[in-house]
Design a protein around this ligand. Structure first.
Ligand code: E4P
Length: 215
């Protein structure tokens, strides 16, 4: 399973990219707005930091507008993926853009049927929002497993981006459920690096070393 970071914060992207574990980046209008910076400038900076798929989302809600914005986003850099909400207009836009070989990521997916529709329309990626589903009392990880089974059963090339990840367990659970990619917020990366036994182990090794060999 590949790891993406779910943020538009360039400092955070730079930090995680330096670890050699990052394959891509996803953004959304909320994440871009949080940085308070120009969309194209931020996206262009991200392309300098990560050589992999970078999702930028359209704002338009009508198919024509989404296609227009999608072409603009795709023109920023060859690694750009156009993120499109899961609506009938969104599917129409995905269909048009996919025929132009523009990569798309269908976002706000909350059911296996929605994922199947997106895959049939030609989406490169589908993004089930597992945390938001859990919040609503449903099983987000199970949705990832269901989508994977459908994609495999019908030989559909669309890849699953497990999104709306809330805690470290979601990462391993997404991998076990067959997500091709997990897009992880910076704060969840920080938590997932850590384990109290790792910290205790480091401290004990250092103490034992110093007791015999000094500082
Ligand atoms: C996915 O691409 C979205 O940007 C993101 O994962 C949404 O997560 P949230 O539910 O934490 O906003």
């Amino acid at each position: 399973m590949k790891l993406y970071i779910d943020t538009a914060n360039v400092a955070h992207i730079k930090e995680i990219a330096a670890l050699g574990i990052l394959s891509g980046v996803t953004t959304n209008p909320t994440l871009i707005a949080k940085e308070g910076r120009d969309f194209k400038t931020v996206i262009a900076e991200i392309t300098e930091l990560v050589d992999g798929p970078i999702s930028g989302e359209v704002i338009a809600l009508d198919a024509e507008g989404m296609v227009r914005e999608g072409r603009d986003i795709a023109a920023i850099h060859p690694n750009l993926v156009v993120k499109i909400p899961m609506t009938p207009a969104g599917l129409q836009a995905v269909h048009v853009l996919s025929q132009e070989n523009i990569k798309t990521n269908v976002t706000l997916v909350f059911s296996a049927s929605q994922a199947l529709f997106a895959a049939k329309a030609g989406a490169t990626y589908v993004s089930p929002f597992i945390g938001r589903l859990d919040d609503a009392g449903q099983d987000g990880v199970q949705l990832v497993a269901d989508i994977r089974m459908i994609l495999d059963q019908y030989d559909l090339p669309t890849e699953i981006i497990s999104a709306s990840i809330r805690h470290p367990q979601h990462i391993a659970q997404s991998a076990l459920a067959g997500a091709h990619i997990a897009t992880i917020p910076y704060a969840v990366f920080q938590k997932a690096f850590k384990h109290p036994l790792t910290d205790q182990g480091i401290e004990a090794f250092l103490t034992d070393w110093k007791n015999v060999f000094g500082a």
